[in-house]
Write a protein that binds this ligand. Structure first.
Ligand code: NCD
Length: 477
């Protein structure tokens, strides 16, 4: 047990990019710079070419239940370059999951074989679930369409190496914004560092509603009115400005404001174009019209100084003829996976003297959040069908678990996949009454020990609750 004055000993897992503070992200980059300086290839500035010894005696497990080339190999290369060792299970067909083993059992077992686990999984929220059962840090190597935080570290680091300041940067994002987990982590980070987002999704593939809502409600993004850019470029679906200071929010409704000027600048000069492939494994339908980025698209004046990024693999949406263009940085972006992941592993495991992430429970802002937890078959379940909590292998032990956000826009955020539910019903076990989340005062002074949430009124009534406030003496505290 920690003594007074000692740091608490919780493990630091990396499930979402929001599990790192901005200064921790900068720490990763500073250490990655240091590694490139010390172990880089003198002939190729983006490449690690020599090995360190700080990781000697440590083992990294890569547990990949979905295809991967870059993420797994760059993590393994990073661990080997640190002087550590790696073990891997990379073929879902030959892992115990194929025999029906749960993720909880797999990570409990692998925790005994390694000092950290990198997990890739087809289900949203799998990394958070794994972290609940692991005795060592779990790093999310991509979970369904939820997030891919270490890809975002590589993306931001690439921009830094290209001398692009994130604050005020105009970043266009093209492709499958709904299914692409790399984009979800990326937009949160860009907003947190003050970049502006120019969203150019393929038809019907805009950001998931809860990601979009979080950008506006938690990350201070302000959507520009469509009339301000629709005539300029029909492929733009949304434009988000991130005010540099909160007080600038008050300027937004007025015409000819600073934001309008910055908006016009954003359309005049796009600093970054981030391209992604159609995530065919996450869609039931085949893709129809999908945007292609090529020299023709990029010949517009506003792309003259753009850096073009892609997390790769590409499957036709980014023309190979563009590879020799000075604006193409995607292969360097993939190369930075090694120094960035070396730095991340070193900070998670505390391999460098006096450089380790602080061990608080996680979150870039350490706000205490009320947690609602019920057995799987009682009350509300996550609304995302791809959430790990619905996986037939995991259902037997997962619970309905939500962060409860009270305030102007009450919502339940799934503890695992972070999908939000805005409309729900709140029932008190004491008075056997329920109210909808939209009714005034519903979430005031909630006592989670006596509260059940339901999907809707019918579900609450089916469980024996009736509408209305509980009798006063039984009011929830
Ligand atoms: C990405 C992924 O797996 O989400 N690949 C990667 O890790 N670089 C992008 C993708 O598969 O489209």
């Amino acid at each position: 047990m920690a003594q007074k004055g000692e740091e608490p000993t919780q493990l630091r897992h990396l499930n979402s990019i929001n599990d790192l503070t901005n200064s921790e992200i900068e720490e990763v980059f500073a250490l990655a710079d240091d590694y490139l300086d010390r172990f880089g290839d003198p002939a190729a500035a983006h490449r690690i070419a020599a090995s360190h010894t700080a990781g000697a005696g440590h083992i990294l497990a890569t547990l990949f239940l979905e295809p991967s080339t870059r993420t797994r190999l760059s993590f393994e290369s990073a661990m080997l370059r640190l002087g550590g060792q790696t073990i891997t299970s990379s073929d879902p067909a030959t892992s115990s999951a194929a025999k029906g083993e749960s993720l909880a059992d797999s990570v409990r077992v692998v925790s005994n074989y390694a000092d950290a686990i990198v997990l890739r999984h087809p289900r949203d929220g799998a990394a958070r679930l794994a972290a609940e059962f692991a005795a060592v840090p779990v790093i999310n190597g991509g979970d369904g369409s939820h997030e891919h935080p270490t890809q975002t570290l590589c993306d931001l680091y690439t921009l830094r190496r290209e001398n692009k300041q994130l604050k005020g940067l105009n970043v266009a994002i093209s492709g499958d914004l709904r299914g692409s987990r790399t984009i979800h982590s990326f937009v949160y980070a860009l907003a947190r560092f003050g970049a502006n987002l120019i969203l150019m999704p393929a038809k019907g593939m805009g950001l998931p509603a809860h990601v979009d809502a979080r950008l506006r409600e938690e990350f201070r993004c302000v959507a520009a009115p469509k009339s301000s850019y629709a005539a300029e470029d029909a492929s733009i679906d949304a434009l988000y400005m991130t005010p540099e200071e909160p007080h600038q929010l008050s300027l937004i409704p007025a015409p000819d404001t600073e934001v309008d000027i910055r908006l016009a600048d954003g359309l005049r000069q796009v600093d970054v174009v981030y391209v992604t492939r159609f995530q065919k494994e996450r869609w039931a339908e085949a893709k129809a019209d999908y945007p292609t980025v090529n020299s023709d698209f990029l010949k517009a004046d506003r792309y003259k100084h753009s850096s073009v990024l892609h997390p790769l693999p590409r499957v036709g949406e980014l023309d190979v003829a563009f590879d020799s263009d000075r604006r193409a940085v995607y292969f360097r972006q993939a190369a930075y996976g090694v120094p960035v992941r070396m730095a991340l592993i070193a900070l998670v495991l505390g391999l460098e003297k006096k450089k380790a992430f602080k061990r608080f429970a996680g979150g870039f802002e350490e706000r205490p959040k009320a947690l609602y937890e019920q057995p799987h078959d009682s009350g509300i379940a996550c609304s995302n069908p791809n959430c790990v909590s619905h996986d037939p292998l995991e259902r037997q032990y997962t619970r309905n678990k939500f962060h409860v956000h009270v305030g102007e826009t009450p919502r339940l955020r799934c503890y695992y996949c972070e999908t939000d539910i805005a409309d729900f019903v709140v029932a008190s076990r004491r008075g056997k009454r329920y109210k909808s989340s939209g009714e005034a005062g519903t979430l005031n002074a909630l006592d989670l020990r006596t509260t059940l949430f339901f999907k809707d009124a019918a579900a609450a009534e089916g469980a024996g609750f009736s509408h209305g406030a509980p009798p006063r003496r039984q009011a929830a505290r």
